[in-house]
Design a binder for this molecule. Sequence first.
Ligand code: URA
Length: 209
Amino acid sequence: MSEVHHIIHPLIQHKLTLMRNRQASTSSFRRLLNELSALMAYEITRDMPMQEVEVETPLETTTGQIIDGKKLALVSILRAGNGLLDGMLSIVPGARVGHIGLYRDPKTLQAVEYYFKMPSHMEERDVIVVDPMLATGNSAVAALDKIRALNPRSIKFMCLLTCPEGIATLHKAHPDVPIFTAAIDRGLNEKGYIVPGLGDAGDRIFGTL
Ligand code: URA
């Protein structure tokens, strides 16, 4: 069973509620998304591998722990996933970034791939796949199928919002991939949008409504 980490920190919930508001401007939506993704990155990287290094303080030499950031790869599901990158990279600037381009066929709601570019040595990396909305789960599963074929050390999935249908679909295909989300909404409407949701995340991030 996929673990679902529902992150209910007050700052995250506050910002998410502001983002749901249809009146939020493109610039505030984007700013809130940056802040929220940085806060979520804090939680999702909790178990990141560390390495011990020597450090010279002004007084003496000691040892300390640092994050092995180069081993982390963020993989954005285009295009809305890109909205999560800046916030996350502000917390883990050493992470490499991959992109996978998928669009939803509006009739079948199935994912169709049009772009795939990953960092090198994926087999040595811990991967966090990012997409603000885990809705039907079809794009997430298609992305995870491709990424898993590269045999990374671990895979996590991060979204802002999901619903029972999205969790079930992802869980069925990739039961070992933990999901990190700020909300689990009621469900999907007939167009495959999460309700109550926040609308089309890509359109709201890029102002293409
Ligand atoms: N993609 C979105 O942007 N919003 C949804 O509600 C579902 C999928």
